[in-house]
Write a protein that binds this ligand. Structure first.
Ligand code: COA
Length: 259
């Protein structure tokens, strides 16, 4: 079977494609392992100077596979479950990390953008942070980075109400560098990546480190706290109801738990 995570390294750019279109690129445990492995490889490979992640025109990722969350919740401490290994890996990358996003960008499909250095969005991009509506809580340090980027009011709206938002709103909030036609967004990200790959690598890495260093410790600490709560919430009755409702194609009913 072809892996849904495809990689290629060319002209200094390590490209990662999420490719599970029949499930809107929802991420399974095996895909998280493949993504974390790909990022580790890109960090170690001297030929890779910039990392680009994308899906297909019209589809980035629908976030965590909800069936996997139900059947296989990532609860263990050691070794870290693949989903948390992936979050840790992208939050500590030393090489520039660029995302090309169009269509659905749900859950980690949006939170990972907070760790990217450049983000390009297709006109159809539709972002969503549905953690609360799934009975969960924020992850990937989004509870820290989103208010820092967008201000409390916008972050609270996105993280509490969980409503989808478009590329213009994402750009206004500071999540996105530029909006392009869907069919151009991946090539634009690759062009920017090749430009970056041609610049002096040591200066590029040093500058990324300087941009990130003030927050790095706080990000790690926030992620630890989020992971603790996230694991508890994953097995909560509210989350079980939300996951079941998704697959039953109905609205969840949280009223029994809101007494
Ligand atoms: N986990 C598992 N399967 C998923 C999925 C997910 N996160 N997102 C989509 N799928 C599956 C659907 O079940 C459907 O499968 P089926 O064809 O076997 O029924 C298929 O992908 C297509 O999804 P569909 O819902 O029909 O597409 P859509 O364009 O109407 O809506 C989304 C796309 C992403 C808005 C919608 O699928 C969705 O809300 N998904 C859940 C997102 C989510 O909550 N992610 C977790 C974040 S922590």
């Amino acid at each position: 079977m072809t892996s849904p995570i495809l990689t290629e390294c060319k002209e200094g750019v390590f490209r990662i494609e999420i490719c599970r279109p029949d499930k809107k690129n929802a991420l399974t445990t095996a895909m998280y392992t493949a993504l974390a492995d790909a990022l580790d490889l890109a960090e170690q490979d001297a030929a890779a100077r910039v990392i680009v992640i994308h899906g297909q025109p019209g589809m980035f990722t629908a976030g965590n596979d909800l069936g996997d969350f139900l059947a296989n919740p990532p609860l263990q401490d050691e070794p870290p479950p693949p989903v948390f290994r992936f979050l840790n890996t992208f939050s500590t990358l030393k090489k520039p990390f660029i995302a090309a996003v169009s269509g659905v960008a749900v859950g980690v499909g949006t939170t990972l953008l907070l760790h990217c250095d450049l983000v390009y969005a297709g006109a159809s991009a539709r972002f969503q942070l549905p953690f609360v509506s799934l009975g969960l809580c924020p992850e990937a340090a989004s509870s820290l980075l989103l208010p820092a980027l967008a201000g409390h009011a916008r972050a609270a709206e996105m993280l509490l109400l969980c409503e989808p938002f478009d590329a213009a709103k994402a750009r206004e909030a500071g999540l996105v560098n530029a909006i392009l036609p869907d069919e151009d967004v991946i090539e634009h990200a690759m062009t920017q990546a090749r430009k970056l790959a041609a610049l002096p690598t040591a200066s590029v890495k040093l500058t990324k480190q300087m941009l990130k260093s003030a927050q790095q410790e706080l990000i790690a600490k926030t992620m630890q706290t989020e992971v603790k709560h996230f694991k508890e919430r994953l097995v909560s009755p509210e989350a079980k109801e939300a996951f079941a409702a998704f697959f039953d194609k109905r609205k969840p009913d949280f009223s029994p738990f809101n007494q």
